[in-house]
Write a protein that binds this ligand. Structure first.
Ligand SMILES: NC(=O)c1ccc[n+]([C@@H]2O[C@H](COP(=O)([O-])OP(=O)(O)OC[C@H]3O[C@@H](n4cnc5c(N)ncnc54)[C@H](O)[C@@H]3O)[C@@H](O)[C@H]2O)c1
Length: 398
């Protein structure tokens, strides 16, 4: 059977999908992307990556020049592609329950364009059992298509490098699904590790929940020490000094973003809301915002103060504001302070952001929400800077 494209990434204009398509295009495959976001597709077609992703722009230009990247906002392109890789978002709702209908609707849309001879690879982070559900859906729709779950495990912003470096976990539903997925990843010469689909689903969720809990440990220690009047970051430096067993203990800070919280909550939903460590981690990480504002209120009369928030992305050296705790901080401060100003050197999607020098000039107090490297060398004009991260290596200001 002939296909115009070797693979098609569904959700291919997104943070996971685009780098994935580009890496396979670089390996010589005829890649395609299908995405509902026409604006993002237009930017990609013009050679621009819609978000920060190291090394992606060069690969995109090459893929376009080599005619190795097709794209469409119509699912019909899926019918012209042999391997179909699903990378759409898998959010939780406002009650922290997984939103399953997105996967179900996506498959329903793809159905007219699926046929024997194709292969389906699920790459999104999914609620345990989703791969089995998809296998059942294929059977019920008389679609004899091999299926595998192969989770994306990259860190956002470094996908191009990490897709080619990290071992790929492969959860084939059938031996054929497993073989097809192995064959796909052989094209980029990475190590692979075989698991059952349910194991692969847990592997991804456990990894994210582990990291989220890890950050919560640091934040809980921070809140205990600071409440006792102890400078935690100074103490942390002493704890870790030439002490290998604590090498992995992260610094405290606003830990958030589009994956860690929602995947911990997917696991909590799966565990019938008995994932006590995960729920505690959410309370601690989300609670850090209130803790910081409480400490600031105890020191200053915030009603009389203009507060400048430095860094609005969800993590350093990135432009992604999805689920960033800096926005929760903004909301809480807007309730408590006279005025709140925000700035970020990378974020382009928020018209409220102001230039850094103006925020410093007009603020009475600054708070470092995200430690972008450039803040290390900035002159804060002697204004107090609240820095839970211990990044500026100055007095925390609290
Ligand atoms: N962002 C990360 O670093 C990361 C890392 C590992 C895993 N993941 C997981 O990967 C998945 C995608 O995350 P993301 O950050 O790339 O999200 P994203 O929002 O950046 O990308 C998803 C893309 O899918 C498109 N889309 C949604 N529904 C569609 C449909 N039915 N048909 C076609 N296109 C559709 C959207 O327009 C968007 O471009 C999630 O499950 C996430 O948990 C993300």
């Amino acid at each position: 059977m002939q296909f115009a494209n070797d693979l098609c990434v569904v959700g291919g204009a997104g943070h996971v999908g685009l780098p994935f398509a580009l890496v396979f295009a670089e390996a010589g495959l005829r890649a395609a992307i299908y995405d509902k976001n026409k604006t993002a597709l237009d930017r990609i077609a013009a050679g621009a990556v819609p978000f920060m992703e190291q090394g992606a722009e060069a690969l995109l230009r090459k893929a376009l020049a080599d005619k190795h990247l097709a794209m469409s906002d119509s699912p019909a392109i899926v019918g012209e592609s042999r391997v179909v890789v699903i990378t759409i978002g898998t959010p939780v709702d406002e009650f922290f329950n997984p939103v399953f209908k997105d996967i179900r609707n996506c498959l329903a849309e793809l159905k007219p364009f699926l046929r024997e001879g194709q292969v389906l690879v699920l790459r999104s982070t999914v609620y345990p059992g989703t791969t089995e559900w998809c296998a059942r859906w294929l059977r019920e729709n008389n679609l004899n298509i091999p299926l595998a779950y192969c989770p994306e495990r990259v860190v956002q912003g470094k996908s191009i490098e990490e897709i080619k470096q990290l071992p790929q976990i492969i959860g084939g539903v059938t031996p054929e699904g497993e073989r097809e997925a192995l064959e796909l990843f052989r094209r980029i010469s990475v190590e692979t590790y075989l698991l059952k689909p349910i194991e692969a689903e847990f592997a991804k969720l456990f990894s994210n929940a582990y990291r989220y809990i890890h950050f919560a440990i640091a934040n809980q220690f921070y809140m205990i020490a600071e409440s006792a009047g102890v400078d935690y970051n100074q103490l942390l430096a002493g704890m870790k000094f030439h002490y290998p067993r604590l090498e992995g203990l992260p610094s405290p800070g606003l830990s958030a973003g589009p994956c860690l919280l929602k995947d911990t909550m997917q696991l909590n939903a799966f565990a019938k809301n008995q994932f006590a460590l995960g729920a505690a981690a959410m309370n601690i990480n989300e609670g850090l915002v209130m803790f910081l504002v409480g400490r600031m209120s105890a020191r200053w009369d915030l009603k009389e103060k203009t507060i400048g928030i430095l860094g609005m992305a969800f993590k350093p050296e990135n432009d992604d504001i999805r689920a960033a705790l800096s926005y929760k901080l903004k909301k809480v401060l807007e309730f408590n302070a006279k005025r709140v100003l925000t700035t970020d050197p990378f974020v382009r999607s928020d018209p409220a952001l102001l230039p850094l020098d103006r925020v410093i000039r007009e603020s009475d107090i600054l708070i470092l929400a995200i430690p972008h490297r450039m803040y290390k060398t900035v002159d804060f004009l002697g204004k107090p800077v609240v820095d839970a991260w211990g990044f500026l290596e100055k007095e925390s200001g609290l």
